[in-house]
Design a protein around this ligand. Structure first.
Ligand code: ATP
Length: 705
């Protein structure tokens, strides 16, 4: 297996000169992607672009991937552009020959920095004396890196200069996408998971399996495979890239890795690494305890307290250096110096390196009683000095992903938990393991008591986890549970074999087992599986809630004429970066709340615009004012309907219709959530599927008022 050495990768990346692929070519792909709603077309467009880069200019591949995902580096490296609106406005005023008022008018007209910049620059075109040198993908990306790295005195001027040069050199659509990149809102359909799919396809098509192994037969020609074999091989490639990214969420590693060893070897490179956070495993929602018990059947599970704090991934290397990462992979080591200082005491004598996970909870250090999430949230966010810590915390550990250099993800939870309990040392009121109860569905009463106990102890409910792998045995009696995707082996299976007459025949059909996949008790980064179920105390145990974003309002009628009512709510589409309107809400608000809303989102104030932001999807809706999206509200509703009017989650349950909520009612503000943490269109679709499968009657299609 190839081992990962960051230095080799740096020199590999540098050895590709890059610079051939123009920024115009990339923005052409953005335009195509933006012109369609079809996911297939989006993936195809992106795949074709990436294939061009792999074949003609591999040095531009990594910069193109970052530009398309609208980032400069992984979240835990805290690489932020750090350019305020004023730098961009100043540059646009200068480059577009506008004044402040002219720019503001354009912005209010379009509600989007890119559209405003495009318009400003188009007007300017006739004045240009000579054509600027075309921008390249590599140049744009390295300019952004330079911007993010420039710190201290003079940095504002440096940033201003770079932004101005980029805008001067850009033409046509480049201007639009450059400005959107600078304000960190690219708004194209190809982000995150689409990128991983496109990367897997681009590499599969450029280097089909077998191409990298000189000892094997000629590479598998994809075009000669049967449709089923092709689907199988494409989805295996996709699983490989997704699994690599979940363990090692950094394109700086995965892209050079793919260039160097291709799809077959990349999983040897993208392994768990101390100080690189992996994507956390997620829990599936269950309605209540009876549903949870039904879903687990006869399997043995453990119910754990679901603490109300902050998820923390703690990494520690041989030298004792500690890193702490959040649920969203941000580095929060500086936020918890008290936890860092605690590590030497919890590390057992046999432990060299580890990656563990748990919940950090605010605690009363005299009584040991737990405090609310709000108390924890009031602790400083960055650079907290150890002497200045006022809110004490306790780490409740619940998983162990790596120990002494060995990856534990494929071990069953019972074993990971045993190691976590045996190899680490409890420190009173500062480090312990989550409280748990091992049980089966037969022990219903004990589980109910445990659940009640969790609520009394100020927890949110319980997390229920499968303890052992459910081993389904195949026809030959071998275990079916496996973590590995072997592309070369699969290619071998589906490779067209030459017949005696020399005629190529279709390869062996891929066996579709038709068997239910066994439930695994392994740690599956970035997956929401049935092996982790969450049962929360809800306002009403039979009601689902969603965390939505208020995006617009209408003038109220009658008694409410001074306020905004109804208010338009949206869910988040992480794939496209859009906010998708899902319903109007006019229930659950108090008069005081209405009043505060009107003050915060005052007409023509800084938190409102007349024009709809282009990243809000709300076709045929014309509210009086659009809000600057910034807060998250928890709402309840009667049920979810297919809607002719709303496009939220379109394509997920129906190709033509979106989803909407009937009788939505405001419950509370989620002060602890940023809009990036609001519910997604996939969450909405999942609740809809759950509703249809539970046989709950579905209300009439249409609006409530
Ligand atoms: P999700 O993380 O599932 O997308 P969310 O962010 O709204 O949704 P919750 O629904 O609150 O989170 O549930 C999962 C979270 O519960 C975990 O991310 C973790 O922070 C917290 N948690 C508390 N106790 C445990 C536990 N014993 N095991 C796993 N997670 C726990």
């Amino acid at each position: 297996p190839v081992s990962f050495n960051p230095e080799d990768y740096k020199s590999l990346v540098e050895s590709f000169p890059g610079g051939k692929i123009t920024y115009a070519l990339l923005t052409r792909a953005f335009v195509l992607i933006n012109s369609t709603r079809s996911r297939i077309k989006i993936v195809d467009t992106l795949t074709n672009f990436l294939r061009t880069a792999i074949a003609c200019d591999p040095g531009s591949l990594l910069p193109a991937v970052w530009l398309t995902t609208n980032d400069i580096g992984p979240p835990y490296e805290q690489t932020e552009l750090g350019i305020g609106g004023s730098i961009i406005s100043k540059a646009l005023i200068k480059v577009g020959g506008l004044d402040q008022k002219g720019l503001r008018t354009l912005y209010h007209k379009y509600g989007d920095a890119g559209d405003a910049a495009f318009e400003a620059k188009v007007k300017q075109r006739t004045l240009r004396l000579r054509e600027p040198v075309p921008l390249t993908v590599k140049d744009v990306y390295s300019s952004l890196v330079k911007i993010s790295q420039s710190k201290g005195t003079g940095s504002q001027e440096t940033k201003q200069r770079i932004v101005e040069r980029l805008l001067v050199q850009s033409r046509g659509e480049e201007v639009r996408y450059l400005a959107r990149t600078l304000v960190q809102h690219l708004r194209i359909g190809a982000v995150k998971t689409t990128m991983l799919i496109a990367l897997s396809r681009a590499f599969l098509m450029t280097h089909p399996p077998g191409a990298l192994n000189p000892a094997s037969d000629p590479p598998t020609s994809l075009s000669k495979l049967s449709k089923e074999a092709k689907t199988e091989i494409f989805s295996t490639a996709e699983e490989i890239v997704k699994a690599c990214f979940a363990r090692c969420p950094n394109y700086n590693q995965i892209v050079p890795g793919l260039l160097l060893v291709g799809l077959s070897g990349v999983k040897d490179i993208c392994k768990l690494t101390v100080h690189t956070p992996l994507k956390p495993m997620l829990g599936s929602i269950t309605r209540d305890l009876p549903e949870m018990l039904g879903r687990l059947g006869t399997r043995e599970f453990t119910a754990e307290y679901k603490y109300d704090g902050q998820r923390a991934q703690i990494h520690c290397d041989e030298k004792g250096k500690v890193s702490i990462f959040s649920r969203h992979l941000e580095n929060m080591t500086d936020k918890y110096p008290d936890l860092v200082a605690l590590i030497p005491s919890i590390r057992g004598s046999n432990v060299t390196t580890f990656i563990m996970e748990g919940e950090v909870v605010a605690i009363d250090s005299d009584t040991g009683s737990l405090k609310t999430f709000q108390t924890l949230a009031s602790r400083g966010r960055k650079d907290v000095a150890i002497g200045a810590v006022e809110i004490n915390v306790c780490m409740f550990a619940f998983d162990l992903m790596q120990l002494n250099g060995e990856e534990l993800l494929s071990r069953p939870f019972r074993e990971r938990r045993r190691l976590l309990r045996e190899e680490f040392v409890e420190v009173d009121k500062r480090f312990t393991w989550v409280k748990s109860l091992d049980a089966t569905a037969d022990e219903q009463d004990a589980v109910i008591e445990f659940f009640k106990g969790s609520l009394q102890d100020k927890c949110e409910g319980v997390m229920v986890k499968l303890l052992d792998n459910e081993i389904a045995t195949g026809e030959d009696g071998s275990a079916q549970a496996t973590h590995d995707f072997d592309l070369e082996k699969l290619a071998e299976e589906v490779r067209p074999k030459s017949s005696i007459k020399g005629k190529a025949t279709k390869g062996k059909e891929v066996k579709k087992s038709g068997r239910r996949k066994p439930l695994l008790a392994t740690y599956e980064p970035d997956k929401r599986l049935e092996s982790w179920l969450k049962v929360k105390k809800d306002y009403d145990a039979s009601t689902d809630t969603l965390d939505v974003i208020p995006v617009a309002g209408w003038h109220g009628m009658g008694r409410k004429s001074k306020w905004w009512s109804p208010i338009l709510l949206a869910v988040r589409n992480p794939e496209t970066g859009s906010l998708e309107a899902v319903c109007k809400c006019m229930s659950g608000f108090t008069d005081v709340f209405y009043q505060e809303m009107k003050e915060k989102y005052s007409e023509d104030g800084e938190n409102t615009t007349r024009a709809k932001k282009a990243y809000i999807e709300a076709p045929d809706l014309h509210p009086n004012v659009w809000f600057e999206p910034q807060e998250v509200w928890e709402i309840v509703f009667a049920d979810i309907t297919l809607s002719p009017n709303y496009t939220a989650a379109i394509g997920l349950v129906s190709e033509e219709r979106g989803l909407s909520l009937r009788f939505p009612r405001f419950l509370r503000k989620r002060e602890d959530k940023s809009i990036e943490e609001a519910s997604t269109s996939e969450d909405l679709a999942m609740l809809y599927r759950k509703q249809t499968s539970s046989g709950k009657p579905i209300g009439d299609v249409g609006e409530d008022f």
